[in-house]
Ligand binder design. Structure first.
Ligand SMILES: O=C(O)CC1=CCC(=O)O1
Length: 264
């Protein structure tokens, strides 16, 4: 685990696995930190140099004043990868993490060997919806909205069967700095990546959860249709965070995609 200053802020990050292996970078979602990838990473650490980090405003990274943009998040990740001397990598991005992944694939195509876009889209929600959420968090913090968020993150079955685990992920969510969370809501509010989606050259897999209340399967599929050659896969019994709810299924999909991209 390391703390690295890039672009004037400290980013919490971890590099594990094979020092000489191909790099595999995971980018987490709104209100989460890199612990959400723990189960998935286990499937890759024997073959890959795995890079995990908390984006600005999240986890143990610095939370500079809001608002942020997707390009701020993208600049941070590119600078962190420069610091780590990772020239090229496969990227796996969840939700807003997938927006950052799409942006890297357009801005630095030579660095992207493969892209897995998980429960994400080129445009997520509406500006009005994000403005409402920002106001709610600015007024009352994350706690009052947390139960609604969890209903989108996890299926009813998982929430019922894994009450303690869900309570733990709720703790992660509500401990996100309010302005870090709101700052990233603003990044999502302002991002419409659809005009550039056709420029993505990396082999791309788009993955959806069949019970995702944030980026429903048809929204994810709509983005897959915009990206040349992108494939689409649906995970049964998953909400918005399949790396927690269905880690084995997600790992298998990522692994197959990386194989098809010639990375293993
Ligand atoms: O909080 C949600 O609704 C889920 C979500 C949307 C974008 C993101 O990163 O997470």
């Amino acid at each position: 685990m390391a703390f690295t200053r890039v672009n004037g802020i400290v980013l919490h990050n971890q590099v594990l696995g094979q020092e000489d292996g191909p790099a595999l970078v995971f980018i987490n979602s709104l209100g989460s930190d890199f612990r959400i990838w723990q189960e998935v990473v286990l499937a890759f650490a024997d073959r890959f140099r795995v890079v995990l980090y908390d984006k600005r405003g999240h986890g143990l990274s610095d939370a500079p004043p809001a608002p942020y943009s997707i390009d701020d998040h993208t600049d941070d990740l590119l600078a962190l990868l420069d610091h780590l001397k990772v020239d090229r990598a496969a990227f796996v991005g969840l939700s807003v993490g997938g927006m950052i992944g799409q942006r890297i694939a357009v801005r630095a195509p030579e660095r992207v060997q493969a892209l897995t876009l998980c429960c994400t889209a080129a445009k997520i929600g509406t500006p009005e919806l994000w403005a409402e959420r920002i106001t709610a968090v600015e007024d009352g913090g994350i706690d009052p909205i947390a139960d609604n968020v969890l209903q989108r993150w996890f299926t009813p079955l998982f929430r019922e069967a894994q009450k303690d685990e869900v309570a733990g992920w709720r703790n992660m969510l509500v401990r996100t700095p309010d302005h870090g969370y709101a700052g990233t809501c603003a990044a999502i509010r302002d991002a419409d990546l659809r005009p550039d989606a056709g420029r993505i050259k990396a082999p791309t897999l788009c993955v959806a959860g069949d019970q995702d209340g944030s980026t429903p399967a048809e929204v994810v599929k709509g983005t897959a249709d915009l990206i040349p050659g992108a494939r689409f896969a649906l995970i049964d019994g998953a909400g918005h965070i399949p790396c927690v709810e269905k880690p084995a299924v997600l790992s298998k999909l990522i692994s197959q995609h990386l194989q098809e991209a010639g990375l293993v």
